[in-house]
Design a protein around this ligand. Structure first.
Ligand SMILES: Cc1ncc(COP(=O)(O)O)c(C=O)c1O
Length: 377
């Protein structure tokens, strides 16, 4: 049996005719960049996550970059974030000449640890933002982070690239802080037919500024108020994403059900003594925090051997992420060293992403878990 990490064709097939109709409409209109299709999709996402404004753009990376540009972030500024995330979270800070300042993660949720953030806030000058990443589709501890943000008077900018649709007691992922962004890279729960992203925010003036930054800093054509960029979204991507959006909650519920199936099967095979499975933080704390399982992550001893064993048995897995950002070659100039963020480093050594998507069958999940059990036997 082959079990891919993700099977995009299973999602595409039942909606194929709707996609082709939507794409044909864009082709017929020849309104190919931004345009009414994008405006309609932006409104739908704003409404979906409870943000006042949504600004579609070329990728999740460009969403973050343009947001930081519009905030005027640059040399001398510092932004606190996690080293256990996709590269873009920190690279967008560094590309603007500002300094990424890392704080360690909570070992249970893999998200920013508020106590570590506070330590960095105390010892860092010119902090212009805190970026929690709602990693794998589970929201960070937003109560604690919002309390810190208001005490230190620093904005919260949410990297919700992996978390559109995740619900938290304080609101939806992306819309709980001062601004947030999503990625629509094809592997995300809401994936485009290529690259696309979006910024959401609540402030009217900042939204207008973002729209200008998205389009070379123009408010009036060929009059450049700011040095922005070409961060525009294609109308075809907006059209495809708009077809998918009404299905997102069903797909996320499907992922949660598959996560529950993994838990049940792990228990059946007595695997809890080997594997640490993702917690559902809301269960113990009573706080709503609604994981959307963009990834299903386990910690496993002999992780690399397990991965090789599963690969040989036809089960695809992935390591998100093998080297934390503070230890990346390109960030050597920041002066961090191994041991600075022990939980991030341990997560990088121990975690493995198992196949998860709404259409994965129980037979496939059974096969994955049987192979894991066979490995540990
Ligand atoms: C946490 C995180 N931040 C940012 C990004 C960047 O998004 P994109 O790939 O759309 O540029 C990603 C996507 O891979 C991500 O997972």
């Amino acid at each position: 049996m082959q079990v891919p990490l993700l099977d995009l064709r299973a999602q595409y097939a039942p909606l194929k005719s709707q996609f082709l109709t939507a794409i044909e409409e864009v082709c017929d209109s020849q309104a190919l960049v931004l345009g009414p299709r994008t405006e309609a999709f932006e409104q739908a996402v704003a409404q979906y996550c409870g943000a006042k404004h949504a600004i579609g753009c070329s990728s999740g990376t460009d969403a973050q970059l343009m947001l930081l540009m519009a905030m005027g972030i640059g040399p001398g500024d510092a932004i606190i974030t996690t080293p256990y995330t996709f590269f873009a979270t920190a690279s967008c800070i560094a590309r603007l000449g500002a300094r990424p300042v890392f704080a360690d993660i909570d070992p249970v949720t893999y998200n920013l640890c508020p106590a570590s953030v506070e330590e960095m806030l105390k010892k860092t000058k010119n902090v212009k933002g805190i970026i929690p990443v709602h990693l794998y589709g589970c929201c960070a501890d937003m109560e604690a982070l919002r309390e810190l943000a208001s005490r230190y008077n620093v904005p919260i900018l949410e990297d919700a690239a992996q978390a559109l649709g995740a619900q938290h007691a304080l609101g939806a992922a992306g819309a709980m802080g001062n601004a947030g962004w999503f990625s629509f890279y094809p592997t995300k729960n809401l994936g485009a037919f290529g690259d696309a992203g979006m910024v959401v925010c609540h402030d009217d003036d900042f939204a207008a500024r973002l729209r200008a930054y998205r389009n070379h800093g123009m408010e009036v054509r060929y009059y450049h108020k700011f040095v922005g960029g070409n961060f525009r979204i294609d109308a075809i991507q907006s059209a495809v994403l708009h077809v998918k959006l009404p299905h997102l909650d069903t797909w996320s519920a499907g992922r949660r059900a598959r996560a529950a199936t993994y838990r049940r099967l792990f228990a059946l095979h007595g695997l809890e003594r080997w594997l640490t499975v993702p917690v559902e933080p809301w269960k113990d704390s009573g706080v709503l925090n609604h994981h959307i399982y963009n990834q299903f992550i386990v910690r496993a001893p002999r992780r690399d051997d397990l991965r090789a064993y599963l690969g040989a048995a036809g089960v695809s897995t992935e390591i998100y992420y093998p080297l934390p950002l503070h230890l990346q070659e390109c960030f050597a100039y920041l002066g961090y060293k191994a041991g600075d963020f022990p939980e991030s480093e341990r997560a990088a050594r121990e975690t493995l992403a198992l196949p998860i998507y709404p259409e994965i069958s129980t037979e496939q999940q059974n096969y994955v878990v049987e192979k894991i059990a066979a490995f540990f036997r």
